[in-house]
Design a protein around this ligand. Structure first.
Ligand SMILES: Nc1ncnc2c1ncn2[C@@H]1O[C@H](COP(=O)(O)OP(=O)(O)OP(=O)(O)O)[C@@H](O)[C@H]1O
Ligand SMILES: [Mg+2]
Length: 278
């Protein structure tokens, strides 16, 4: 039992509309790891908090709640490798992500952190109003606001739910890109070893110029600043050929690429858990 790994599911409240995609990528990755000789035990975040014996040698995780991350952090500090590191997952909380990327000089969508109890001057409209901590979990967490009144309403609603901070971001027009990555950057252009991107389906593509190498480089820089090893996110290719990074998420569902992504993640984990370098 020396190669016991835990795989920890995302909390269902953090997977709105994506519960089964999120479950499937973790399960499939677990299967590939089993085929490589690991003994995999899949657990819910709740189970992880309740366990007090029988610790694993390695952990791979999709959970995001702070209580669970804190618990895993203690295990990690005791010498059990985690992918992603609980600290890296915490770094994807919106307000932390903004601060970490700013500190690392990684270009990100201009973001203003505001108190939901205040009435900030919204600046140029339209803007996006997003809760300041976790990603979208329910309606009202990420809101498009085209008037000052809508900004105000969105902030009041967040405040009413006990969410104290929000982020205001300008609306950027262009082609919406989704990306997925595994690993930190070892290819000829220092792109992540496994990297895929695609245009989001539900949009009318403008066909703006898009520099794929620049996208890979931007994503790699963001992921490494945040400490993420398995990640995804959103970017916009603008009319001027610029790329604007909108969001980075820890271990997404990889839905369109589940089969190849799960195999790539398992290979990455096997190396990592065998003591390979990041
Ligand atoms: N500043 C922006 N300009 C243009 N579109 C935006 C902007 N911010 C968000 N969006 C749109 O809203 C979507 C969700 O935003 P974001 O990724 O920041 O939130 P999220 O909490 O991660 O939600 P999801 O889980 O749906 O990705 C983006 O994929 C994009 O389509
Ligand atoms: Mg997102």
């Amino acid at each position: 039992m020396s190669r016991v790994c835990w795989g920890v599911f995302r909390e269902s409240t953090h997977s709105p509309g994506r519960e089964s995609d999120d479950t499937e990528i973790l399960r499939l990755t677990g299967k590939h790891l089993e085929a490589k000789g690991f003994h995999v035990e899949l657990k819910t975040a709740k189970e992880v908090v309740e366990v007090d014996e029988g610790w694993p040698r390695f952990v791979f995780l999709m959970c995001e709640r702070l209580e669970v991350l804190d618990r895993l952090r203690t295990l990690e500090v005791s010498g059990v490798p985690h992918v992603n590191s609980p600290r890296a997952v915490h770094n994807t909380y919106r307000d932390r992500m903004i601060a970490v990327l700013d500190e690392a000089n990684v270009p990100f969508i201009p973001s203003r952190v505001v108190a939901t109890g205040e009435s900030p001057e919204p600046g140029a409209l339209p803007v996006w109003v997003k809760r300041g901590d976790v990603h979208n979990t329910q309606e009202g967490d990420v809101v498009f606001a085209s008037t000052a009144g809508e900004v105000e309403t969105a902030l009041r609603r967040l405040a009413g739910r006990g969410i104290t901070r929000a982020v205001l971001q300008p609306h950027v027009t262009g082609d919406l890109i989704k990306f997925y990555g595994v690993g930190a950057g070892g290819g000829p252009h220092r792109e992540p070893p496994w990297f895929r991107w695609f245009y989001h389906k539900d949009q009318k593509l403008a066909g703006h110029p898009m520099d794929q190498r620049a996208l890979a480089r931007l994503v790699r820089r963001a992921a490494s600043a945040l400490g993420l090893e398995v990640y995804g996110g959103d970017a916009i290719a603008t009319a001027t050929g610029d790329l604007v990074l909108l969001d980075v998420n820890a271990w997404p569902s990889f839905a369109l690429y589940r089969d190849e992504a799960s195999a790539a993640i398992a290979s990455y984990l096997a190396l990592r858990f065998a003591g390979g370098r990041r």
